[in-house]
Write a protein that binds this ligand. Structure first.
Ligand code: OXD
Ligand code: MN
Length: 628
């Protein structure tokens, strides 16, 4: 190894020796008892060594180097394929600080449990120490972390997803604050009696714990090697821990994409958007505008950190350096930009392998290959009756490879944020687009993000709203109602001039025949154009129960095959259905008791008043003709 390579008993050779990091690494090593400790420097040479090791172990399958420069396929264990939300814990001192939508564990009890499972958990393995930065190294909005892991797959993935190496290390040595993250596969190679067993390509443990201690800024993850369970800079640190830090320090850490939208006149606006998982965030982040003259550039596809800048405006960064995207459904017809980003330097997990060393997943191409090796490593044909790629299979790729990446995607000071969108997968009620009437109404829109359950769920739950406030349900590191209060406080702190405008969007509304009314994908640029025109004061709106919707003629629809009836249905208001939704919202709010901010109860009362029979008639549908 090129970096320091020392035994736990000999950590004094490390140049972190006087720092908290050194003491912590030493203490962790004493518990997990690795065979050796390797400090990761982020260098290409170390990455090449680890890649060679992963190939040798059978974890990495090298892909055809002509079609896929420096790219590899990994197959996980079949029972370690996704985040484990039921094993994900928030360990705040008080249960109320975790709230009813998180799994709470009393910190002392959790530490005792973790002590049991982590003791000796790295026996026979190498313990890697990965200093990393979320956000540009040394940037005013960035945060440092150190992940300890016994998975080389995690190290090479962290090198793509975060900034690791000497830069963060120098800042740690200078005494900057940092987040402690410990990850173990829970698969020691040497047992209590000292007997060694052979390794497997994807080690893991049937028992899994993903524990967060927001008060001490610590993450302890055991038993899983997959994605958000193991790449601890992402959901665990950049959302769960960072959201709690942001609450304390007056900023925001959110589950959002971030784009730059430029109008035909060349004016740029930055837009962040929160959607629950699997609602097409990556597609919107890489949208190819169909509306002539408009362009969309990518800044981030999953996480946004926002802080008030020196000029009083809210500024935003993407704290990640890579994409950990869901492969199925990302294809030449739905997101060609993402597919183009995958020209090389990509780690594929749980996708299928073609006979000529290429990768494939459902939706990558319209034509389905005649024969594949599926994500389990078994022969597959179109008649197999099972997916070739796991539905949660992933690509891990550097963000700089995305062809639509904005030149300021890694600006340390971030970009000024002009608008925030909230969206869910809503077959009914929620119109294509509506602007919030006020900051409080915008927070209400975020707090009521939800998706209707589809036929994939049990029949009894079809149509039932699954709540996902701010799209943060599995990612908020504290009480969700306090998160709403924090957004209200941020609005006050930012003031009228500093805060972004807020919109709700819904690409998924269906007609009476069950078909989607809106084509989505590139055509969503028409909605972004209306949002931008609102920001510029150039588009009119009318009041509707959901918010301010486009005036007739103000949504640019030229060249779109959308009939009048579909357009009317995209904005139709069914007061009875909305009142039913308001009742469901009240029940949801009641779960949080008196922690729900008064302003959100007022917004709910306001919605009901707008739906009362005496309220003015529903707004006219935006007419088909373009205004611009
Ligand atoms: C993700 C998710 O992996 O939201 O980004 O689940
Ligand atoms: Mn996500």
């Amino acid at each position: 190894m090129t970096a320091l390579d020392v035994r736990p008993a000999d950590l004094s050779g490390d140049d972190f020796q006087t720092s908290d990091v050194h003491r912590w690494v030493h203490a962790v090593a004493e518990v997990v008892q690795p065979e050796r400790v390797v400090w990761c420097d982020g260098s290409a040479a170390q990455d090449a060594e680890l890649t060679a090791l992963l190939v040798e172990q059978g974890t990495f399958i090298p892909l055809d180097p002509v079609q896929h420069y420096h790219s590899h396929l990994v197959r996980s264990a079949p029972d370690d394929v996704a985040r484990v939300e039921d094993r994900t814990y928030i360990c705040s001192t008080r249960e109320d600080d975790a709230g009813p939508t998180n799994n709470w564990r009393e910190p002392g009890a959790m530490r005792a449990e973790l002590g049991r499972v982590f003791t000796g958990s790295m026996r026979g393995r190498t313990m890697y120490v990965v200093p990393f930065s979320m956000g540009p190294v040394g940037g005013p909005m960035s945060l440092l972390g150190v992940e300890i892991t016994d998975s080389p797959y995690v190290v090479v993935s962290m090198r793509v997803m975060t900034r690791i190496g000497s830069g963060p290390r120098a800042l740690l040595e200078a005494g900057r604050p940092w987040v402690k993250a410990v990850h173990s596969l829970g698969a020691p190679l040497v047992d209590d009696a000292g007997v060694r067993t052979a390794d497997v390509p994807w080690p893991s443990n049937p028992t899994k714990h993903i524990a967060h201690f927001p008060e001490t800024r610590e993450i302890w993850s055991f038993g899983s090697g997959y994605g958000g369970n193991a790449l601890l800079g992402k959901k665990a640190m950049a959302l769960r821990i960072a959201s709690a830090v942001a609450r304390d320090e007056g900023w925001l850490a959110e589950h959002m994409l971030l784009i730059k939208v430029t109008s035909p006149e060349g004016r740029a606006h930055h837009v962040a958007a929160a959607f629950p998982s699997a609602c097409g965030k990556t597609n919107l982040a890489m949208l190819r505008a169909t509306l002539p003259g408009w362009t969309v550039e990518t800044i981030g596809d999953d996480i946004v950190w926002m802080r008030q800048g020196p000029d009083g405006r809210l500024r935003a960064i993407n704290p990640e350096a890579g994409l950990f995207g869901v492969a199925p459904g990302t294809g030449w017809s739905t997101n060609p930009t993402a597919v183009e980003a995958l020209w090389g330097n990509t780690i594929y997990t749980n996708v299928a392998l073609t006979d000529d060393g290429d990768v494939w997943w459902e939706g990558k191409t319209d034509a389905v290959p005649e024969h594949l090796v599926d994500w389990r490593g078994q022969d597959w044909t179109p008649g197999s009756g099972t997916p070739a790629a796991h539905p949660n299979s992933r690509f891990t790729v550097p963000a700089r490879q995305v062809p639509s990446i904005s030149p300021d995607w890694d600006s340390p000071e971030g970009v000024v944020l002009d608008a925030v969108l909230f969206g869910g997968r809503r077959a009914s009620n929620v119109p294509l687009v509506a602007e919030a009437r006020s900051w409080e109404h915008g927070v209400f829109m975020g707090a009521t993000v939800s998706s209707e359950q589809t036929a994939a769920a049990a029949e009894s739950t079809v149509g039932v709203l699954r709540r996902d406030p701010f799209a943060m349900l599995p990612f908020c590191g504290y009480n969700t109602a306090d998160h709403w209060a924090h957004w209200l406080r941020m609005g006050q702190q930012l003031g009228e001039r500093g805060r972004p405008r807020v919109f709700a969007v819904n690409w998924f509304r269906k007609g009476a025949d069950g078909r989607y009314l809106w084509p989505g994908f590139g055509e969503n640029s028409r909605v972004l154009a209306w949002v931008v025109r609102r920001l510029e004061g150039r588009a009119g709106a009318q009041d509707a129960p959901a918010g301010l919707v486009p005036l007739p003629g103000e949504l640019e629809l030229d060249g779109l095959d959308l009939d009048e009836r579909a357009l009317a249905e995209l904005f139709a208001v069914d007061p009875a259905a909305w009142l039913q939704e308001a009742r469901a919202t009240e029940e949801f709010f009641d779960r949080f008791g008196d922690r729900v901010p008064r302003q959100l109860r007022e917004q709910l009362a306001d919605l009901r008043a707008r739906l009362a029979p005496a309220a003015p008639a529903a707004p006219a549908a935006p007419a088909r003709t373009a205004a611009a």
